[in-house]
Design a protein around this ligand. Structure first.
Ligand SMILES: Cc1cc2nc3c(=O)[nH]c(=O)nc-3n(C[C@H](O)[C@H](O)[C@H](O)COP(=O)(O)OP(=O)(O)OC[C@H]3O[C@@H](n4cnc5c(N)ncnc54)[C@H](O)[C@@H]3O)c2cc1C
Length: 555
């Protein structure tokens, strides 16, 4: 409680408006920083008492968990700890020209529209809601406002500039039933301790690895002119003989587009692409159909054949590729519109020789070496390299991990296709139901043969591995079925939640939009052999289909 007052008073002490909207540019950034990272906030006592949940990470995931948990259980007391000085996770250190790739209407928090009022968008910005892709500033203001609301309401205590050491989880003594957790201030190294009544929530280990915080992991001659997208501006590029973009993901696409905005002719740009990926079309016809769930459903139609699913989605106009003569080999959910695609295609000097293995400087000119016997790329002296090749959000650490790890630990992750927040909202909703004892545990125990509630949840509702090598793309359908069956004895409760949730891909945006969970599980069972489902998965899905999902057929 003391902390809440300190944080709130700080805003007034600095003479700032408590509403982040309306502040602009660097003033807004300074205000956000002052509000959450003042020296006063560091004077809190080391004994922080108790809380229900201790959330590590104030990124999109941690923030969504807090929001959805408070919606389900407004009495809950939550503490949030984060290394950064303001909420927003990787967005706080992203390049200034970054924007959401997906539409804002399915990103952020369950309680609050990221895109703002739909009528204001239409009248003031002449924009349809699904065309809104939030800027970095909009995202930071949005998360700062939410944190401030929760702190003012007394639901949340927020500790920015603080680090939690996860190794303590191995030494945790839960025998007494008390779960004591510690973190340290990065400002004055002071240790803070708290007793957690329910769970530690790990919203940090899937953290997004962006270039500004994740240097290239290959040998690079220190004399090479190498920048991150954060340093991409008119003064950094004007002198460059050539600008060389390293990376194939959305950060690289953003860099290529930004270079054109900065007036660099595409002929002066080289784009080094290790592997082409499929992109989602941001057109409303794709976006409003819950763009990313199209992939799992295409896989069902194509008997699990990934290549055939890609081809079908391309024919239908939902998937796009950079070069019509190059077949992409992977899909990591980047989204572009047709205008952006046309501008990306203006760069003709695209180098496809696999991953860069090292970067040297020979007589003032950079040379890129590749593996697999590929010839090196010799660049002219004075070339500027832009590092856009960090792993981003979908790296190996986000792969297989128990979500409902134990009675004391909950890990946030992906259970449906991106956008990510709906996955975290669903995890929070299940956890709230577990705390309130409203889960259909009898059904879960019957289906799994397990007794302990976290084990039951964990067996049926598993992390969707989105790392580049994943073959787990039917997982979202299985998780959706589990969610509908477990959340409540009445499956209509979960369906209503999904329908009314602004983050959900299954909400009623279009009259013909259907959840199709019963129908999709029916197809999974019909094609279980060709789809390679395990015997225990088939048995569990059959039981869900026969006993609960029939009640939501046609939804
Ligand atoms: C350029 C870009 C554009 C994107 N666009 C979209 C989009 O349009 N739609 C979409 O769905 N996704 C998008 N994503 C991905 C999406 O934003 C991420 O998946 C999501 O934000 C990840 O959130 P997170 O909270 O897990 O991670 P982060 O945002 O990285 O937050 C993790 C937080 O944990 C904190 N932390 C880590 N370790 C500790 C510790 N030991 N102690 C204390 N704190 C710690 C960090 O300080 C950080 O603030 C985009 C990603 C990038 C890079």
């Amino acid at each position: 409680m003391r902390k809440i007052l300190v944080v709130c008073c700080t805003a007034h002490a600095f003479g700032l408006s408590v509403t982040p909207f309306g502040l602009s540019g660097t003033r807004a950034a300074a205000a956000r920083k002052a509000r959450f990272c003042s020296p006063h906030a560091m004077m809190a006592p080391a004994d922080e008492g108790e809380c229900d949940f201790l959330v590590i990470g104030a990124g999109a995931n941690g923030m969504t968990f807090v929001d959805s948990m408070l919606l389900a259980n407004p009495e809950c007391k939550i503490v949030v700890v984060d290394r950064h000085e303001m909420p927003g996770g990787h967005w706080t250190v992203a390049y200034d020209h970054v924007k959401l790739h997906h539409t804002s209407i399915v990103y952020g928090l369950e309680s609050t529209k990221l895109e703002g009022s739909w009528s204001r968008l239409a009248l003031q910005r002449r924009m349809l809601p699904w065309d809104h892709c939030a800027t970095k500033r909009e995202l930071l203001d949005y998360y700062a406002a939410a944190m401030e609301r929760w702190c003012r309401a007394g639901s949340v205590r927020y500790f920015p500039c603080s680090a939690y050491d996860f190794s303590q989880l191995q030494q945790q003594d839960n025998v007494s039933g008390e779960r004591l957790h510690c973190w340290s201030s990065l400002v004055d190294s002071r240790e803070h301790r708290i007793v957690v009544r329910h769970k530690l929530v790990d919203g940090a280990r899937g953290e997004c690895r962006v270039p500004s915080e994740c240097p290239l992991d290959i040998p690079v001659d220190p004399r090479v002119a190498l920048i991150t997208p954060n340093e991409l501006n008119s003064s950094s590029v004007t002198e460059a003989a050539r600008v060389v973009v390293l990376g194939a993901g959305k950060t690289a696409m953003d860099a290529v587009l930004q270079l054109q905005r900065l007036g660099v002719p595409p002929q002066r740009v080289t784009w080094v692409i290790a592997a082409d990926g499929w992109m989602l079309n941001r057109a409303p016809s794709t976006t409003l159909r819950g763009s990313t769930k199209l992939f799992a459903q295409a896989l069902l139609r194509c008997d699990g054949d990934t290549e055939a699913a890609y081809a079908t989605l391309e024919q239908e106009g939902h998937f796009l590729r950079l070069d019509s003569s190059v077949t992409p080999t992977r899909f990591r959910f980047p989204t572009v519109d047709l205008d952006e695609l046309e501008r990306l295609r203006r760069v003709h000097d695209v180098v496809r020789r696999g991953r860069v293995a090292r970067i040297d400087l020979c007589a003032g000119a950079p040379t890129l070496a590749f593996g697999d016997g590929q010839p090196p790329l010799n660049l002219p002296a004075g070339s500027l390299l832009v590092h856009c090749a960090s792993p981003g959000p979908l790296h190996a650490a986000t792969g297989r991990r128990r979500l409902f790890e134990s009675d004391g630990v909950l890990n946030l992750g992906h259970v449906f296709q991106p956008p990510v927040p709906v996955s975290v909202a669903a995890i929070a909703r299940l956890e709230a139901a577990r705390v309130d004892s409203t889960l259909d545990l009898a059904f879960g125990r019957d289906v799994t043969g397990l007794q302990e509630e976290n084990d039951v949840l964990d067996a049926l509702f598993t992390n969707y591995d989105l790392s580049p090598t994943s073959t787990d793309h039917l997982r979202p359908i299985i998780n959706l079925a589990s969610f509908v069956c477990l959340l409540d004895p009445d499956p209509a409760v979960a369906v209503r939640w999904l329908r009314n949730n602004r983050l959900s891909l299954y909400r009623n945006l279009l009259p013909f939009q259907r959840l199709r969970v019963c129908e999709d599980v029916g197809v999974l069972l019909e094609k279980s052999k060709v789809l390679g489902l395990r015997a225990d998965e088939v048995r569990q899905l059959r039981q869900m289909h026969q006993t609960k999902l029939g009640a939501v057929r046609g939804e």
